[in-house]
Structure formats: C-alpha cells, structure tokens
Design a protein around this ligand. Structure first.
Ligand code: T4K
Length: 413
C-alpha cells in the first residue's frame, strides 16, 4: 500500500496528485477470524452432508448469541432484513408503524414489503435515534407498532419508547443490526421491547457471511418465529402459519461461530481506531466524532464524523469527494429513507417534518474502521482530513472550480 504524507492541496488526487492509498479502503471490510478453524468446520459440514435446515453449527451459534445477548431465545436467519420482516409479521404489526427515517433502508423496506406503511419520525440530534416526544405525536388509530433503531450501536431511549408503547398498546421492536454486544444501563441489547433483530452481514462487526437473528424473551413469539422461518412447517406436509424461507445455513453459522471466537480482538481494534480518530481529529474546527458511552459495552463498529460546514468551509460532499479521490471510500450513512424510493414519491413533503434527519443526513460520514484498518492508515486519513480542513476555503473553491470545469461527473462516487 502506498502511503504518501499529504502536505499540500496540490498533492490531493482530485487536484492532480496520486491517491494516498493504492488500494481502496472500505467502511465495511469484513472482520475475519481464524481461517483454519473455519475451513475445518466447513470440511466437517461437507463430510456430514448436513448443510442447512437446522444442524449443530446453527444450534451452537444460536445458543451463543442468546447467551451473549442475555435472552432466552435466538432464532438465526439468512439475513437481518428477513429477520426484521419475520419479526414484524409475527408481532402482528399492520397498517402503520413508526420508524426513524435516519436508518438503513432495510428498516423501512421490511415494513413496506408487507404493505405496512412506515411512518417516518425524526431523530434526536445527539443520539441519532428516535425522538420520543416527536414519536408520540405521530401515533394515530392506525398505528400498530414502533421500530426503534440502535443506530451505530448506541442504544435508543428504550425506557421512553417502552413506556409509550405500553401506554398506547403498541408492539415494540428494536432494529439492533448495529448493536450486537452493546449494553444499555448494564443490560445487553437483545432483551428490550417485544423482540430485537441483529444483522450478521459481511460488513457487520461479527459476520456470518450473510446472516441475522431475532432475539426475544417471549417463548410463544419465539416458537412462532421459528415456524415462520421454515415455511410455517410444524411437521412433514403440515403448516401452522404462512411462512417463508429465512433459514441460516451451516457454513454461515460456522463462520459466525468462528468470528465470535475473535470478538474481543475485533472490539479492541475497533476501539483503538475510534480512539485514534478521536485523538487525531480533536481540535480540528468543525469536526467531531460521534461519541459512545464507554461505561457501557460497545462494539465501536462505526466511526461517524460530523462536519459543521460553517466552520470547515469545505462541506461534507466536498470532503467525501476528496477522500474518495484518495481511495478512502467513506460512506454517507444514512441519506434518510424518506429521500429514497418509493418513499420520496409517496411522501414528498416528509423532509419538512424531519428537520434533524435532513440536517444529519447532510453532515455525517462513516470512516473506514475494523480489522482491515491499521494505525498507519488512520493516521494518514486524519492527516488528509486535517490538511483539507485547515485550507477549507481554498479546498472548497478548487472543488467548485473543478466541478464547473468537468460538471457533476467530476464527482468520483
Ligand atoms: N437495519 C439496519 C439499521 C442496518 O444497518 C442493516 C444493514 C439492516 C437492518 C439489514 O441487515 P442485513 O439484511 O444487511 O443483514 C451495508 C450492508 O449491506 C448492510 O448490511 C448494512 N446494514 C448497511 C449499513 O451497510 P451497503 O449497500 O452500504 O453495503 P456494501 O455492499 O456497499 O458494503 C459496504 C462496503 O463494504 C463496500 O464498499 C465494500 C465492503 N465490502 C462489502 C462486502 C459485502 C467488502 O469489503 N467485502 C464484502 O464482502 O450496505
């Protein structure tokens, strides 16, 4: 990997220099545990010819997830989106369900996929998750549930949401795709609400290649979800409910188990990167890193940079363009579901009642982290960011000139 120290704007790739990194740096590069152990497990799976529809690896994976989340039941699934869809259906949510717009599109799609209208609620600017006061104003006789999202692994206001759900007799589901192995007031994420959903996608801090899970303490609900995951089958040729195929296969479960064995190392590396970004960008005017409560358990899998344009002069989009030029593929998580189809056509005015979501979606950037990113890479990324912000006025003018010259096509991504 080439690592040139950036000292002047002229050296930036967007202004004619060569990229700081010869290879692309991603936000979601997978963490991979002991490859030999994984391969041995795959060999064992092949040898025994039991590939999916239950199996010892799935069973063990589910046991470990339930234990780590401190819940009675874990039903592992082929991905987090299907886990959300099944949980929503099993909970009997219909008509309208309140969700944040500031989340990955899967949270909204899991509802709309089954003709349930996602009603977008604004978020708190500090926590980036559902604002309970605004949420309560959106409840109508058609509301059947709430989905809170523990964005970035920082828990929602679970007490306030639970109290509102109880008072209005609404189902409460948490999208905990980011929050595996995080805690709230000492209790692990997993046991809040009626159920919670994890994602073990390749880009998540613990991955099972693709994968997800519903966790709950409600035994009846768990039984229903288990059946729904497997077409609703209660026995040969006999179904109880409408079901789908949400099963997690044995190789994926083996990958999940293998990665769980390295979990502490993954968290340590994420924490180290997070701290380093925080330290190396501290004091840079207009920039801050989203903070976690370090007295709680946290996976630190997202490093979220906030760009206050009035101070940095160069804005979030311009910074993204410059970093992409350097092969640092920072991501604009999240653009706001209400700005994406089919929701933007259906609710064209939604932005008017989502001011914090609109604001956040234009100012945050996720930075590369995880086991593929070492201290030297973080240093160089921070060096480039500091260089750009310290010459914000000039950087902005040059980017604008470049856009005038080449059009919007000048944008790299
Ligand atoms: N709820 C929330 C709040 C979520 O954030 C998510 C998923 C879900 C629900 C649904 O869970 P799943 O159904 O996915 O289990 C990514 C992930 O695909 C998605 O899982 C994740 N959240 C979301 C925040 O990020 P994209 O479209 O940005 O992913 P993608 O494919 O561009 O990957 C990101 C980067 O990672 C790439 O630029 C390259 C790198 N990468 C990716 C893969 C898959 C690798 O280096 N290797 C790989 O194998 O959505």
């Amino acid at each position: 990997m080439t690592q040139t120290l950036k000292i002047s704007l002229d050296e930036l790739a967007v202004f004619g220099g060569s990229p700081a990194f010869a290879e692309q740096l991603h936000v979601g590069r997978p963490n991979i545990g002991d490859q030999e152990k994984f391969q041995a497990r795959v060999a064992d799976i092949l040898e025994r010819r039991w590939l999916t529809n239950g199996g010892p690896y799935l069973e063990k994976f589910e046991e470990q997830i339930a234990a780590l989340a401190g819940v009675k039941h874990c039903i592992a699934m082929c991905n987090g989106t299907v886990a959300l869809e099944i949980a929503i259906r099993a909970l009997g949510m219909t008509d309208e369900v309140i969700v944040p717009s500031f989340t990955f599109i899967a949270t909204a799609h899991a509802l709309q996929w089954q003709e349930i209208t996602p009603v977008f609620c604004d978020v708190d600017p500090n926590t980036h998750s559902l604002d309970p006061v605004k949420l309560e104003q959106l409840i109508t006789p058609r509301t059947t549930g709430i989905i809170g999202v523990h964005v970035w692994g920082r828990p929602c206001e679970v007490e306030a949401l639970s109290e509102i759900a109880k008072r209005h007799q609404l189902k409460l589901l948490f999208d905990a795709a980011h929050a595996f192995c995080c805690s709230h007031k000492g209790q692990m994420i997993g046991g809040f609400g009626d159920a919670e959903v994890f994602s073990f996608h390749a880009t998540k801090f613990i991955n099972s290649l693709e994968g997800g899970a519903v966790v709950t303490n409600d035994t009846k609900l768990a039984e229903k979800i288990q059946l729904m995951r497997n077409f609703g089958f209660t026995g040969y040729d006999k179904t109880e409910y409408i079901g789908t195929n949400g099963k997690l296969d044995e190789v994926s479960a083996a990958m999940g188990l293998t990665n769980l064995e390295s979990m502490e190392e993954f968290v340590d590396i994420n924490r180290r990167n997070y701290k380093q970004y925080q330290h190396e960008l501290s004091g840079v005017k207009g920039l801050s890193i989203f903070e976690f409560d370090e007295s709680e358990q946290c996976n630190f899998q997202y490093v979220v940079l906030d760009v206050e344009e009035s101070e940095t002069v160069v804005n979030r989009e311009q910074l993204l363009e410059i970093l992409h030029g350097e092969n640092i593929l920072v991501r604009r998580y999240f653009p706001g579901c209400h700005r994406m189809e089919p929701y933007s056509s259906r609710f064209p005015q939604a932005g008017l009642v989502l001011p914090e979501t609109e604001r956040l979606s234009q100012r945050v950037l996720c930075l590369p982290t995880g086991t593929a990113i070492g201290p030297d890479a973080v240093s160089l990324i921070c060096e480039i960011i500091r260089t750009v912000v310290s010459q914000g006025t000039e950087a902005r003018e040059r980017i604008l000139r470049r856009e005038m010259q080449f059009g919007q096509g000048a944008r790299l991504r």
